[in-house]
Design a protein around this ligand. Structure first.
Ligand SMILES: NC(=O)CCC(=O)C(=O)O
Length: 256
């Protein structure tokens, strides 16, 4: 399974330009199974303008991702986009398979106060794993990373890969790195983290996108520029590490 992450420079408040950039990037790829985009790639944190920038249920961006998936025979972990839904706005992840079918959608459940999300967005209320290429996977969005229970639920439900799509600020990159590694080690699964770079309304985003294997080894890591990260993932690795260090079997579910 070959995965490519787009550590994209944000295009604040310009969904059309963002789609052009993603299309141009996809055209540079070859022999990739799954592409991963970052958080809120359509608008970045232009939260005061979401009413004019977003489409109902993200239809415009979904149509675009479906076209890309079919044209290039790619599965798309579509990061997240800002969408309008029932008079509110959500930070929504969309997963599309290479036939262009939407196989999973997730609205961010932990809205980040440091970037004012609770003032402009509604929170999601549910999450689950999904299947891509016959493997179970999960996705969380940025601030969700700080809540270990969420990744644990996904891992207990069988996720072999957890995608972390992010617009994580430069000033807290040390937390990002530490939390990504912790989530991989404690859940013994792959963590595939795709962050942004660039600046929006005074916040600088820190890059550092990475793929960590179920043993906690960083397989590839980006720096703080726009970049592509490509890694070959061997899903069987989590089984081996779970046998060698059986933390799932040692859990004391009678006590906690
Ligand atoms: N976009 C985000 O959710 C940023 C999260 C963040 O800044 C943090 O957790 O720190």
């Amino acid at each position: 399974m070959r995965i490519a992450l787009y550590q994209m420079e944000v295009v604040p408040g310009n969904p059309h330009r963002a789609m052009e950039k993603i299309e141009a990037w996809i055209k540079t790829l070859s022999q990739i199974d799954i592409v991963v985009l970052p958080e809120m790639w359509n608008t970045s944190y232009t939260l005061t303008r979401l009413h004019e920038l977003t489409d109902d249920e993200g239809e415009r961006e979904i149509r675009f991702l479906q076209k890309m998936a079919k044209q290039h025979a790619l599965h798309i972990v579509g990061g997240s986009i800002a969408v309008k839904s029932n008079g509110q706005h959500y930070n929504r992840s969309i997963i599309i398979d290479q036939q262009g079918e939407i196989i999973y959608q997730y609205d961010k459940i932990h809205l980040v106060p440091m970037l004012n999300e609770p003032d402009y967005l509604a929170a999601g209320h549910q999450f689950s794993t999904f299947e891509l290429m016959n493997e179970k996977m999960g996705i969380i969005i940025c601030y969700d990373l700080r809540f270990p229970e969420l990744s644990r639920h996904l891992a207990l439900d069988g996720a072999e890969i957890i995608y972390v799509v992010a617009e994580w600020p430069m000033e807290r990159m040390a937390h990002f790195m530490a939390l990504l590694k912790a989530r991989a080690v404690e859940n013994q699964c792959y963590i595939v983290a795709c962050n942004t770079v660039g600046e929006c309304e005074g916040t600088q985003f820190g890059g550092g996108s990475m793929i960590i294997d179920p043993g906690g080894e960083v397989l590839a890591q980006a720096d703080a520029h726009e970049e592509t990260v490509i890694v070959q993932v061997d899903i069987k690795q989590s089984e081996a590490i779970r046998q060698a260090i059986p933390v799932f079997k040692s859990r004391r579910t009678d006590l906690y």
